[in-house]
Each structure stands twice: as C-alpha cells, then as structure tokens.
Ligand binder design. Sequence first.
Ligand code: ZN
Length: 199
Amino acid sequence: MDNSNALPLVLLAEQFAKLPGIGRKSAERLAYHVMSMSDEQVHEFAEALVNAHTKVHTCAICQNLTENELCYICSDPARDKSTICVVETPKDISAFERTREYKGVYHVLHGLISPIDNVTPDKLKIKELLARMNGDVSEVIMATNPTVEGEATAMYISKLIKPLGVKVTRLAFGLPVGGILEYADEITLYKALENRNEI
Ligand code: ZN
C-alpha cells in the first residue's frame, strides 16, 4: 500500500499482514474494508480484540484457555482426574470433546518440541504437567499428532513420567478410512503396523 496521505491506513494494513495466513494483498483489502465499516462496528471489533486478549488466559491446572481461574473441564467434578490426555493446542481439546467419549481431563502443551524452530522442552508446559503427577494420576495419554515433532514430544514426556510409576499410553493412529497403503506416509504406516489388532 502506497498512500502517504493516509498513513494510519498503511499502518493498519501492516498489522493485518502480521496475522497468520494473511498476505500483503489480503491485508490491504482488510484495511480498506475497515474504512467502509461504521464507527460502531469498528469499536465493537477493537473491543472484542482487546477483551479476548485481556480476559482469556490459561487454566491454572491444564493450561487450556479460559476466562476463569479453572477451565470448565477442570472444574467439572464429574471428570475423571486420574486420566490426563496431553495435547498440543486448545483446539485439540475441542476435537476430543466432540467425540463425547473421553471422560478424563487434559493438559495443553502449547506447542511441540522442534529444535529446527528453536522450540525446546522448556518452552512448553511440561513442568506444569509434571507438577500434576501427585499420586492421583494413573494414566497419561500422549495425544500429540503423529508427526516427527509429535512423536519426539510424546517420547520425551513419556521418559519423564514413566519413572514416576504412571502408565503412559499413545493414541493408536491408523490409516485414514479409504486410504491406500501406497500413498500413506511412513509414520502413518508404521503406526498402523505397530498398533495392528488380531482379527
Ligand atoms: Zn483446565
């Protein structure tokens, strides 16, 4: 955007361009769109942005995002606190909750170990997970994605937790329904083989 007469518009486009998945062209389009909004709409938008960022924080126990001290899952007495499902992001919790099958609680790592991206174990919520191993936990399910980073993270955490006498399990990842072996990547195939069931 080259409009020296409207510097605030240029600066707004620069802010949009910082968002994930928003290129320069899209950022300019969004900035121009804001110009077409009413004062009221713009205030609502700005307020929602600030409110979400100031009011939402991580749950004191599981690190899920919440407006309260504890998230709705940790504060639910009906949930089984002896089983912790470890996930990468808060979005993964929504996926498991949609199945309506899981009755345990969660722990959000907020990332995966990835030396290439400079994400070391200390940058994840691993010590918060270890702090939960107080004798009441009997099983930790490693539910990180079956990627190189997801596997490395699952292995790293399992090595820390197993010596504490807590059972550590891993999700059984199979081939996608309708998948063809030839096109499956090696991790999927390896996992499918490893978790094979007797028929
Ligand atoms: Zn929680």
